[in-house]
Design a protein around this ligand. Structure first.
Ligand SMILES: *Cc1c(COP(=O)(O)O)cnc(C)c1O
Length: 400
């Protein structure tokens, strides 16, 4: 079904395009017109102009980390975010290393699955659908197993929207002399990951999340000492972070065909990110988006999976209403007909759906999201958006 309505534009936050819905999804997401427009020309990958673009991109990304002493470097990698996670794990974990994977959702479990594919030793703390891995648990696991060399943590676990307590995890890891790798895919650019405050060896994110670019590549930001040490470790030619870094340092080029248009769009997105006030400005807009949207949805009777303490400004999980007249697929289509694409939930115990707060949208758009939800409930004949008792019991586990 195509969107029936095209929203009147909000100044500075134009409706995506005629008939194009807003993507309330955590990537791909709604991008600015200028970002899309930047893709309207072709670039030679070996040409000096494109090499300068690659250098500019790396420099701009590094600037977001607070790396004042020039200890880190940025290595873009072709592919989606998962390619980068695999590249990071395969390049920074020695073949005889052992990784503690902290999971509380799909992306943590994917990291564990990646370790399985790599055939390298790993162990898992699995907290289920959304409970946060805490610093003390990490400390206890590291104390119990001296053979663990690395820990991988998910910054914002996008499957529930929980913002994991990275600072206390990093502290536990550093105090025990182990190394932290971070999947900050859906957080980087909107939530600070300052190298002066949180100790980590490497992190990954991708073009189509909080920087608001289009999909096509990701990037690894790592300590140069780790990049040097990674030589010869990777299980994969195309996912070898050291080789990509060494080639870029030497020639200014990507080793294999780069997604040239995506890079051009990303540089435009980075300029817009800077103009908005960088990480703080971007984070403030997303926080406002979340606050306005969550308050409105709660007014309609919806309840969030997470208590306010753990809610990220990235994506929010809501329980599906108990009312029998509520059918998610119908709700989805009704929301889409009002120009909003939402996201199904990923909880195993109770039914849920998710609404993203990231992308080229502001609080005015979020107010319309709430209004669209109100109308959709009315059209379905749902009297109350209150969740079933089982959902609230599930949530009580978080407080325990
Ligand atoms: C988006 C995302 C990924 C990568 O997913 P892809 O579909 O491969 O781009 C990894 N981790 C987290 C936390 C994410 O949000």
């Amino acid at each position: 079904m195509r969107a029936e309505t095209t929203l009147t534009p909000v100044e500075g936050f134009e409706a995506p395009a005629l008939g194009e819905p807003y993507l309330l999804t955590p990537g791909p997401l709604t991008t600015a017109y200028a970002v899309k427009q930047a893709m309207l020309r072709d670039w030679g990958s070996w040409d000096g102009d494109f090499r300068a673009m690659t250098a500019d991109l790396r420099r701009r990304l590094l600037a977001l980390t607070g790396d004042r002493n020039n200890e880190f470097d940025c290595v873009p990698m072709q592919g989606s975010g998962s390619f980068c996670v695999e590249a990071m794990l395969g390049s920074f974990v020695p073949k005889d290393g052992k990784v503690l994977v902290l999971a509380n959702g799909a992306y943590g479990l994917r990291a564990a699955q990646t370790m399985q594919y790599l055939g390298r030793a790993h162990t898992l703390i699995d907290k289920g659908d959304y409970l946060p891995p805490r610093g003390e648990e990490v400390a206890a696991a590291l104390d119990a197993d001296p053979s663990i060399t690395h820990v991988i943590a998910i910054h914002c676990e996008t499957s529930s929207g929980i913002l994991n307590p990275l600072a206390e995890i990093a502290q536990a890891v550093q105090a025990r002399g182990r190394k932290l790798l971070v999947d900050s895919m859906s957080a980087f650019g909107a939530i600070a990951l300052d190298v002066n405050e949180i100790r980590y060896e490497a992190m990954v994110s991708s073009a189509n999340k909080c920087i608001e670019g289009v999909p096509g590549f990701g990037f690894v930001i790592a300590r140069k000492t780790e990049l040097v040490a990674a030589k010869g470790r990777s299980h994969s030619l195309s996912l070898d972070v050291h080789a990509q870094w060494a080639a870029m340092e030497k020639t200014g080029q990507w080793r294999f065909t780069p997604p040239t248009h995506v890079v051009a769009a990303f540089i435009e997105a980075l300029k817009m990110h800077e103009a908005e006030g960088g990480v703080a400005g971007r984070g403030a807009r997303y926080t406002k988006n979340r606050d306005v949207m969550v308050a409105g949805m709660r007014e309609l009777g919806f309840e969030t999976l997470l208590s306010d303490r753990w809610l990220s400004p990235i994506i929010v999980t809501f329980f599906c209403p108990a009312d029998e007249k509520f059918v998610f697929d119908r709700f989805y289509e009704l929301m889409k007909s009002k120009s909003f694409i939402i996201y199904p939930g990923k909880l195993t115990v109770v039914e849920s759906f998710r609404v993203g707060c990231i992308g080229r949208m502001d609080e005015h758009v979020m107010r319309r999201v709430v209004e669209a939800a109100r109308q959709s409930l009315a059209e379905m004949g749902v009297a109350s958006a209150a969740p079933p008792r089982a959902a609230l019991e599930e949530r009580a586990k978080l407080a325990a």
